[in-house]
Design a protein. Structure first.
Length: 764
């Protein structure tokens, strides 16, 4: 088989073989890339039905596109052999990692969460894997879990799994309903995830036997012995995954992912629960202690592999409160510089700054932010000189990997910041591209006074309040007045204008043209500034409705700075607006990984679930977001929308009343009227509506979209379409959601509504 060419794939070497086929590494001669080719066993291709099943399931699997699922490239029939061509993943199987017993509890949770994300995408496409086990999961060199062999998956309604796939290695992970020959759904995969998690935490599978019938009996009739031990040690109720009745299990992979947050991570390594394992643990501890002695005396052998980090707020030692913005600005620049490194995940400023003044251990903070290491330090400035002390701390053992002190004149602050960023990059031994080396070593040319105005602008913009945004715009403009060629200040000003319509501060026709001008000026000065591309994309997206151009700009921003959470967040909005819900969820999850404590990202992450019509899960996500930020009006707003869709009218009205309390204005009145109308309280709804309709007579702005929202709830279709047309003329920011908003489902078949979508470019 080696060196044989099949279609346009040249076989290079064998990767492995098993009951479901042989796998080879191949070279794609057309696209010049590596691929893995799996040949279906001959005994499964002897009859037409099996061949058709193979083709059908391969086509279903090829529809999946997710970073935690191995991508299917092609399906080929050659010389009576059937093979499936897929992404080649460099790494090792999860089986090897389990057998090596090297996984910490934190790492176990991370891997299972990744599997939940991948399976959730498959389940939403009505595809069930049916064979989740360690051998069908690869962990690549970057630590990403990849699910393979969806060739055994099936679309709902397709015939049951064939007996030929049943082996001792497989049957230990199969659900009771699957063993009984019943029709299975996605909850069968949740059972298998539970088996996998049980094994990773304890080192053994819950149901064992020397032959197939014994294992089958155990799965159908027995309870795992270590459920209580797991609950006591890890505060995690494994029974929620391993209930024999599918209706009593956690119902979605998202539920599983949420439950995983309760796992106790105080112990870094899993332990087995019997005497033999205790003896082995003692031996292991002895080896670790000996190794520790070795590493103390031979630090060059230390593993410093860091793939993610957070720059914690630097401490101000100047005893001058007015210097806080300056110190925070240095933190911000360090984050921005390190974020240029594509191989490194860097937590965004919004989440990192929430640890300012918080006294938690490095290990605890790193766990909460899901990073390998943190950078912490202090800043002192007397107005002439700046002294920075920084250190890099590894999270797993709270060990200082690197520390340094720097002192520069204030006028050389940019050289100082660049040197610190370069030193950190060197300490974590991350590979930099030539372009990244250039970016991170470039010293900004701007006078200190202008730079301090810029830092003040970013300080206020990051507060994300109307008052903070106005103040930020003033400082950015002052920086521009001092230095008309300062690209960063123009990008900051563009950001201020972009968010104003979303916060109901100015009308779109006023804000977006100014945002466009500022972003264009920034790009004229520096065409490598990701923030400016992001702002320009937002203008093309939210104002011009030039969806394709906007998407290209967002992708360009992300290519320049893959760690810029705002670019991922705003791009995810475009994806949801155009109806690409699954893609939007993946993109907002990237933003969430980069900025897990962000108010707006947590809210939008939940709102996208609402748009997917998964209302029960949306409620859970909104409640989680409110635990982090209880007074964010937009979260209460979308929670109210969700209750409306679920016909929970009292809860919906209370949520909208909370919005009105937190955010006074005509829009919050309209949201309350909408809830009243949905609840059948038309008198109260029309009373508010009448008060809104006279606003133009008082020279006050009226949101046409919010009026349309009330009319749709009142069941008045003609008025709904009329006010949606007015919203179109106003370029109303909220109109972007109209294609996916469940509130407007009653008119989505109306020809006038379809014409509106066509004018917006949302429908052909």
């Amino acid at each position: 088989m080696i060196d044989k060419t099949i279609s346009h794939y040249r076989i290079l070497k064998e990767l492995g073989r098993g009951g479901m086929g042989e796998v080879y590494l191949a070279e794609d001669l057309k696209l010049d890339r590596k691929a893995a080719i799996k040949f279906l066993p001959e005994h499964l291709t002897r009859d037409k039905e099996n061949v058709e099943r193979f083709e059908r399931e391969a086509k279903a699997a090829a529809q999946l596109n997710h970073p935690n699922i191995v991508t299917i490239y092609d399906i080929i029939e050659s010389e009576d052999q059937f093979c499936i061509v897929m992404e080649y993943v460099e790494g090792e199987s999860l089986r090897k990692k389990i057998d090596d017993q090297t996984l910490s509890v934190s790492r176990i949770r991370d891997l299972i969460k990744q599997l939940c994300d991948g399976l959730d995408t498959a389940h939403r496409a009505n595809i069930v894997h049916r064979d989740i086990k360690p051998e069908n999961i690869l962990v690549d060199t970057e630590g990403r879990a990849k699910i393979l062999d969806f060739g055994l998956a099936k679309l709902k309604g397709v015939s049951k799994l064939t007996k030929e796939t049943s082996t001792l290695g497989t049957i230990q992970y199969i659900s009771p309903e699957q063993l009984e020959g019943k029709e299975v759904d996605h909850r069968s995969d949740i059972w298998s995830l539970g088996i996998l998690l049980y094994e990773m935490l304890t080192g053994e599978v819950p149901f064992k036997g020397s032959y197939e019938q014994a294992i089958t009996y155990a799965i159908l009739n027995e309870e795992p012995k270590l459920l209580n031990d797991i609950k006591a040690k890890y505060t995690f109720d494994m029974a929620k995954l391993l209930a024999k009745d599918p209706d009593k299990r956690l119902q979605t992979c998202r539920d599983v992912s949420t439950e995983l947050n309760s796992i106790n991570l105080t112990g870094t390594e899993r332990k087995k629960f019997n005497k033999t394992h205790i003896v082995l643990s003692i031996i292991t501890i002895t080896i670790i202690l000996l190794a520790s002695v070795f590493f103390i005396f031979y630090p060059e052998g230390e593993d410093k592999s860091i793939k993610s980090l957070a720059v914690l707020p630097l401490e101000n030692l100047s005893n001058d409160p007015d210097q806080e913005y300056f110190v925070d600005g240095i933190t911000d620049v360090l984050i921005s510089d390190l974020a240029q490194i594509s191989a490194l995940k860097v937590i965004s400023r919004t989440s990192a700054m929430q640890y300012k003044g918080v006294h938690k251990s490095v290990t605890q903070i790193a766990d909460e932010l899901n990073v390998d290491a943190v950078v912490e330090g202090t800043v002192f400035s007397d107005g002439q000189k700046v002294r920075i002390t920084t250190q890099l701390v590894r999270a797993t053992d709270d060990r200082h990997l690197w520390a340094e002190k720097y002192e520069y004149d204030l006028k050389d602050i940019f050289s100082l910041q660049t040197e610190v960023a370069q030193a950190i990059a060197s300490a974590i031994e991350v590979q930099l591209s030539e372009q990244e080396k250039t970016r991170i070593s470039t010293v900004r040319a701007v006078d200190p006074a202008t730079y301090q105005l810029y830092l003040k602008g970013r300080f206020h913009w990051n507060q994300r309040t109307p008052q903070g945004i106005w103040k930020a715009a003033e400082y950015f403009q002052q920086a521009i007045d001092r230095n008309p060629d300062y690209a960063a200040a123009y990008a900051g000003l563009a950001d201020c204008y972009v968010v104003q319509p979303a916060y109901y501060m100015t009308l779109p026709d006023e804000a977006y043209p100014q945002a466009r001008a500022a972003a264009l000026r920034a790009l004229e000065i520096d065409d490598k500034i990701a923030e400016a591309y992001t702002s320009m994309a937002a203008v093309r997206h939210n104002y011009d409705w030039a969806w394709s151009d906007a998407e290209k700009l967002y992708k360009q921003a992300i290519a320049l700075n893959a760690n810029y959470a705002t670019a991922h967040q705003w791009y995810s909005e475009l994806l949801v607006h155009t109806g690409r819900i699954n893609e939007s969820l993946r993109e907002i999850n990237i933003a969430y990984e980069l900025d897990p404590l962000s108010t707006i990202i947590n809210m939008q992450r939940a709102s996208f679930v609402y748009y997917s019509r998964d209302y029960d899960q949306a409620i859970k996500e909104f409640q989680r977001a409110l635990e982090l930020h209880p007074n964010f009006s937009f979260t209460h707003l979308y929670l109210g929308y969700t209750y409306c869709m679920m016909n929970k009218y009292d809860e919906a009205v209370r949520s909208m009343q909370k919005v009105k309390t937190l955010s006074q204005g005509p829009r919050s009145d309209a949201y309350l009227a909408y809830a009243y109308a949905v609840a059948g309280k038309h008198i109260q709804a029309k009373h508010i509506l009448d008060s809104l309709l006279i606003l133009p007579e008082q020279n006050l702005n009226l949101s046409a979209y919010s009026v349309a929202l009330i009319y749709i709830a009142l069941g008045e279709t003609d008025q709904t379409i009329h006010w949606l047309e007015k919203a179109y003329m106003q370029h109303d920011y909220e109109l972007n959601h109209v294609k996916v908003d469940p509130a407007f489902d009653p008119v989505n078949s109306d020809p006038r509504f379809k014409i509106l979508l066509q004018k917006m470019g949302l429908e052909k």
